[in-house]
Design a protein around this ligand. Sequence first.
Ligand SMILES: Nc1ncnc2c1ncn2[C@@H]1O[C@H](COP(=O)(O)OP(=O)(O)O)[C@@H](O)[C@H]1O
Ligand SMILES: [Mg+2]
Length: 355
Amino acid sequence: MNKIRLLCLFGGVSEEHEVSLSSARSVLSVLRRERYELLVVGVTREGKWLLYEGGAENLTPDSWQNHTAGEVIFSPARGQEGPLLLLEGGTVRRLPVDVVFPIMHGRNCEDGCLQGLFALSGVPFVGSGCLASALAMDKASTKMILKNHGIAQAAALAVDLSEYRRRPERVVMAASALGFPLFVKPSASGSSRGVSRVESPEGLAAALEEAFLYGRRVLIEEFVAGAEVELAVLGNDDPVVSVPGEIVPGSEFYDYDTKYRKDTASYYIPARVSPGAFATLQKTALKIYRILNCRGLARVDFFVEGERVIFNEINTLPGFTSISMYPKLMEAVGVPYPELIDRLLSLALEEGAGR
Ligand SMILES: Nc1ncnc2c1ncn2[C@@H]1O[C@H](COP(=O)(O)OP(=O)(O)O)[C@@H](O)[C@H]1O
Ligand SMILES: [Mg+2]
């Protein structure tokens, strides 16, 4: 059997660059080399694409760039024998690729930009296409669409930077009408970057300025007191859903430090919810996956208050270290991490270039 020529991408011009390095480290350390002929490309924070020749152990923020073999470009042109162009002095070497696994998160990586490039090139890739990726990345857009389908969610106000600069007092008034505490978050970021809990009108300006650092549109949301619960969905036309997993942050909320730097959080798989809520969560996660036309994988996040299930957000390229929630949830329903990677690559190949 011929090996599958797999291109793994990590890094990216994204607030979640470092998270991606952790995800990629995990994937590279378990990938079945007998099955895949591996090419690895790291994208620097500045957006330079470099062919990576180090192992999983060298894939750290400080050292990965010392293990690279030159600059590469991924070409959008079709019909060439290799879309990955290695620039060697004055010459160009084409490297063939059968499938791409973007092990990356957030802006420029999970938001349809990269997916557009792969779609143009005609090379199959892991995860959702351009539109689903773009919609899922933008919380205001996701919420608008899901509202039309009757999916319960926190009341929210989307505010654009220009609008806020013109009439800040109006925004403060409209936000206050939602009642305090409030959550303020960038519409399109991740890893809790720019997210704040606001206790009173006086705190709004600082929270909005912080959120606007990550994009021109911000969401102001009513506070939901429920348990935080996440589900993993895997598949194309017949997706499967995991059991819900529960996160107890052990801090004010599930912020960046709680996610990646501290160990106050506790996790419960399955989540400690009623059988009714359990079933509603699974049904709703699948429904959302279908509404947005996701492919491959997504993690769908909710709050649960008793029997009420309230949608929070969806991630089309969720954190993917071996101990991240998505792989843990799939493991809990019988898909171990190395097999999960194989399944995702098969789904990408099955989906093919026709998106
Ligand atoms: N409306 C809300 N009510 C209560 N907590 C919230 C709300 N929105 C966000 N949070 C808290 O902030 C965290 C990060 O917000 P989230 O919307 O998930 O953004 P991100 O995409 O950065 O993960 C959540 O995991 C949760 O702890
Ligand atoms: Mg989140």
